[in-house]
Design a protein around this ligand. Structure first.
Ligand code: TA6
Length: 278
C-alpha cells in the first residue's frame, strides 16, 4: 500500500509492501526510512533529526542538487529543502515504484537562474534503487553537480569496513589534499573524502551488524565517504553526541569541480542501488 500521511508536520509517502517498507518525505524528495522485510533498517535517520521545512533532514538520502557541498549557497543546493510533488506510484514485479518531481519556480530561479525538470524515482523492494534524472528545459546550457548523500545504518563505525572506493581521494578534512587510500577503509576519526575513481560496487561490511551492504552507483564521477566522528556530532544540533557511531555516508556524487553540462533538452541520470547481504 502507498499512502501519503503526516509525519512530524511533513507530508510523507509511506510504502508498505511484502518486500519492504519505506518512507519518503515530499520536503526534499528525501527518503527517510527503508527496511527490507525481516531485516533491520538499512538507512540511518538521526534521532535528533529536525523536520523543519526550512532545513534539510539529518539522515536518510538527502538529494544534493544542483551543486555538491559549498560550491553554492545553500550548501548542497536547494533540492533537499524544496517541496517535491508526487508524480505516480505503482507496483512492479520487484516491489513499489514511487516517482517525485521538482521543476524550477520563482524561488529556485532566485538562487539558480535556470529552467529544469527533475524526476526522482524510488524502487522499493528487497533492494532499493534511487534514480535522479535531471533535464535541461531551458533555452541555454547549464552545469550541475550533486549527490545522493545516503546515510547507512550500521551497528558500530569502529567495526565497519568499506571496500571498492578505488585508489585515490581528496581529503576534505585537509583542504582537499590528494591522498592514496587503503584497500579496506576503516574508521578511527572524522572522515570526509571524495574518492575520484571508485569501483562500480562499493561494499560496506558491518562487522558487528553481521551484514554487508552493497552500493552500486551510476552516472557519478566520484564517491564520497563521510563520518563526522564525535566532536563534529556534538557541534551539530540535529545529531546526538554519540550517534556518529551508528552511521556512515556513502554518496553517489558528481563533483562540483567536474560538473555535468546539459544542453537544452538533454538529460542525465545519477543513481544508487542498495542491496543487503545477511
Ligand atoms: O558529503 C560530505 C559533506 O559535504 C561533509 O563535508 C559534511 O558537511 C556533510 O556533507 C553534511 O553536510 P550538511 O550540509 O548536511 O551538514
Amino acid at each position: 500500500a502507498v499512502t501519503v500521511c503526516e509525519y512530524q508536520g511533513l507530508k510523507i509517502v509511506r510504502v508498505i509492501h511484502d518486500t519492504a517498507e519505506a518512507g519518503i518525505s515530499l520536503h526534499g524528495g528525501h527518503l527517510i526510512w527503508f527496511k527490507p522485510a525481516g531485516e533491520n533498517d538499512v538507512i540511518w535517520l538521526s534521532e535528533k533529526a529536525e523536520f523543519d521545512p526550512a532545513k534539510a533532514i539529518r539522515g536518510g538520502i538527502p538529494v544534493c542538487w544542483p551543486w555538491f557541498g559549498k560550491a553554492g549557497n545553500p550548501s548542497h543546493g536547494f533540492a533537499r529543502t524544496s517541496k517535491w510533488s508526487l508524480k505516480e506510484h505503482r507496483e512492479n514485479e520487484h516491489g513499489v515504484i514511487v516517482a517525485l518531481e521538482l521543476t524550477d519556480s520563482e524561488a529556485t530561479r532566485a538562487v539558480w537562474p535556470h529552467a529544469f525538470h527533475n524526476l526522482l524515482t524510488f524502487e522499493i523492494g528487497a533492494e532499493l534503487n534511487v534514480t535522479l534524472t535531471s533535464t535541461n528545459t531551458d533555452s541555454s546550457a547549464w552545469d550541475y553537480s550533486g549527490a545522493l548523500h545516503t546515510y547507512f545504518d550500521i551497528a558500530d563505525i569502529r567495526h565497519a569496513q568499506i571496500t571498492g572506493m578505488g585508489p585515490s581521494y581528496l581529503d576534505s578534512t585537509q583542504g582537499g589534499l590528494e591522498c592514496q587510500g587503503e584497500e579496506v577503509l576503516t574508521f578511527t576519526a572524522e572522515t570526509d573524502r571524495v574518492y575520484t575513481q571508485p569501483d562500480e560496487n562499493v561494499v560496506i561490511t558491518d562487522v558487528n551488524g553481521q551484514r554487508k551492504i552493497n552500493v552500486s552507483n551510476n552516472g557519478h564521477n566520484a564517491a564520497v565517504i563521510w563520518n563526522p566522528w564525535q566532536e563534529l556530532s556534538i557541534s551539530m544540533g540535529d545529531m546526538a553526541d554519540n550517534s556518529f557511531e551508528t552511521m556512515v555516508c556513502v554518496e553517489s556524487t558528481i563533483r562540483s569541480d567536474r560538473p555535468i553540462t546539459l544542453q537544452p533538452g538533454e538529460s542525465h541520470s545519477l543513481s544508487t542501488r542498495v542491496a543487503t547481504q545477511n
